[in-house]
Design a protein. Structure first.
Length: 453
């Protein structure tokens, strides 16, 4: 064992994390964390419902049913059920399908809610789960997933899609907490979930990207159910010599996992998206929408656009000529052009039709993107130059939806109702909204899940 390099380090970091998470209760959450949980649940349900009728989801469900899925857990927006492992795949993928779901950006870029909530809603369909326990498990998932990412700071640079990798860890922790596993069982849950962690950034702009979120939810549920039966794994899966933080990243800060544990709740640092695309593009979108309001003429009169962004934005959104809606979600020039023309960047702005619209294509070819190390990730600067020589410019200090410039509760509600109502109707959407804002008082989470079918 020593020669292999997996001898125990005895840092007990994974164990200490699981000691804390297994004992955490809703009553332990500061109100800010509990409120962030309610916001996250409401926002994610809307995103999942909006993505539920995407052709990709239809394709996925048909295969799962063909494979013999047993109808046990609710599939959102579909009035059907799938198996306890299959429903998380479907719900997790639909939650991330439109790239409209929340994003944590405190040291990691993680869509935590799609894997976590898809796992939790499936387990809640077995009955006996209160809203308070649900929220506590949701917060626990954030702690595990985000902190594991902070301990592996070069993880993203290696080409991993964090929603697939860290999402598996987050979903496992949340699922184990919801099942009431003891510290050792929860430690094994993390080991089982983490050893399944996968997802490649190469799949951006394809059906596979959102599939990562669904598989992460699956990994989490499977891990918790196995651990509950006595299935084991390494006690040092995060910090060990061959553990996650050391083999998924070229640098390791394992101590970050326990930093201010119990004092700083990571769910509070979650961000929500006003736009249906990669979050690093949002500062540029804000800038282009602001410029559209200042512009003396329309896009035909534009000679060029100068866009300055943080370098991270370019590494994720380098698609120059997107040919599909999914690809356009990772095209900075498309996002800039379509948001200037339409003055928004919602679901419709990332359709196949809008990706190929002549006026959008023409404008995005006039846009020059320059990276600027002095800008923060949530900042952007944009200048529009008109054929007349006139120039208008703007600087976005903090993109909408970030921790420094959060969406209001009213904005979260509006987004949810806009996403949910076309799928389930206004009456059910309003009932979901009202229930989620008081989720800790819900005696059985199946009452909420039933409204989402």
């Amino acid at each position: 064992m020593t020669e292999y390099g997996a001898a125990a380090l005895n840092l007990k970091i994974t164990g200490k994390l699981c000691d804390f998470l297994s004992e955490s209760r809703f009553e332990d959450l500061p109100e800010a964390a509990a409120h962030a949980g309610r916001r996250g649940v409401l926002d994610w349900i809307g995103c999942a419902l909006a993505g539920s009728d995407h052709p990709t989801i239809t394709m996925l469900i048909s295969v799962l049913e063909e494979a013999g899925s047993t109808p046990l857990a609710t599939v959102f927006g579909r009035d059907t059920k799938l198996g306890l492992l299959d429903a998380p795949i479907a719900n997790g993928q639909m939650g991330h399908m439109l790239d409209y779901d929340d994003t944590h950006m405190r040291g990691v870029v993680l869509h935590a809610s799609s894997p976590i909530l898809a796992a939790l809603f499936a387990l809640a369909d077995r009955g006996g789960i209160t809203g308070a326990d649900f929220l506590a498990a949701y917060a626990a998932g954030f702690e595990a997933g985000v902190r594991a990412g902070q301990a592996a700071p070069a993880h993203h640079d290696g080409g991993w899609h964090l929603t697939g990798t860290l999402g598996s860890i987050a979903a496992g922790a949340a699922a184990g907490r919801l099942l009431g596993l003891d510290p050792r069982e929860l430690t094994h849950t993390l080991a089982i979930a983490t050893t399944q962690a996968a997802g490649m950034q190469q799949n951006r702009g394809t059906m596979c990207k959102s599939f990562h979120a669904g598989k992460a939810a699956y990994h989490g549920v499977l891990a918790a159910l196995l651990a509950a039966k006595g299935f084991d794994g390494s006690d040092e899966i995060l910090e060990g010599k061959k553990g996650f933080c050391r083999i998924y990243s070229t640098s390791t800060e394992a101590e970050a996992i326990l930093d201010q544990l119990g004092e700083r709740w990571e769910i509070v640092n979650n961000g929500h998206k006003p736009y249906a695309c990669g979050v690093v593009q949002h500062p540029a979108i804000d800038a282009m929408i602001a410029l559209a309001g200042k512009a003396p003429a329309g896009p035909d009169a534009i000679a060029s656009v100068e866009l300055h962004v943080h370098p991270h934005a370019v590494t994720i959104t380098g698609v120059a000529e997107p040919e599909t809606g999914l690809k356009s979600k990772f095209s900075l020039t498309h996002s800039a052009a379509v948001s200037f023309i339409d003055r928004t960047a919602g679901i419709e702005q990332y359709s196949n039709e809008r990706a190929l619209a002549p006026e959008v294509v023409t404008l995005r070819r006039k846009i020059t993107v320059t990276t600027d190390d002095t800008l923060q990730k949530d900042q952007a600067r944009a200048t529009v130059v008109f054929a007349t020589g006139d120039r208008v410019e703007t600087l976005v200090e903090h993109a909408a939806g970030t921790v420094a410039n959060p969406m209001t509760d009213a904005a979260i509600e509006t987004k949810f109702l806009t996403n949910a109502t076309p799928v389930i109707g206004n009456d059910r959407a309003v009932r979901i909204r009202d229930m989620v804002w008081q989720l800790e008082s819900t005696a059985d989470m199946r009452a909420l899940t039933a409204l989402c079918a």
